[in-house]
Design a protein around this ligand. Structure first.
Ligand code: 5GP
Length: 116
């Protein structure tokens, strides 16, 4: 059984972080250390530690993460100019929180895709 992270406590609202969206599959809230003018995290309610742990049964949830990202991008007013959706995996991917999440970042030009 994977270990719960801070994100489970945000999803359950045990930690009182304002939610931008929540349904039966996913929850979205602002990143505590935004890396761009707009930086939102879209997280499955179910604990999936890394992209390597995504199963076929999770396809609906993963798809919902993207449709919610699209809605929130529009709500943030960044859809037309554009944005980036990122999921980091494990150490080389720079993952810090082991509960998968889609970063929705935008609100400014984001430059090249990778800086190594
Ligand atoms: P990762 O590096 O795992 O892809 O991204 C984790 C993200 O979660 C980071 O951008 C970090 O700022 C954010 N984060 C970590 N702890 C918290 C928290 O307690 N609340 C919120 N809202 N974001 C967090």
């Amino acid at each position: 059984m994977a270990e719960e992270t801070i994100f489970s406590k945000i999803i359950s609202q045990e930690i009182d972080t304002p939610l931008l969206y929540q349904d039966e599959l996913v929850t979205a809230f602002r990143d505590i250390f935004p890396k761009a003018n707009s930086h939102i995290l879209i997280v499955p309610n179910k604990l999936i530690p890394t992209a390597n742990d995504i199963e076929q049964d999770d396809e609906l949830t993963i798809g919902r993460m993207f449709t919610v990202a699209k809605k929130l991008a529009k709500q943030e007013g960044i859809a037309e100019d554009g944005y980036r959706l990122i999921m980091n995996c494990n150490q080389h991917g720079g993952q810090e929180v082991y509960h998968i999440h889609l970063h929705l970042v935008g609100g400014q030009p984001l430059g090249k895709m990778l800086s190594i």
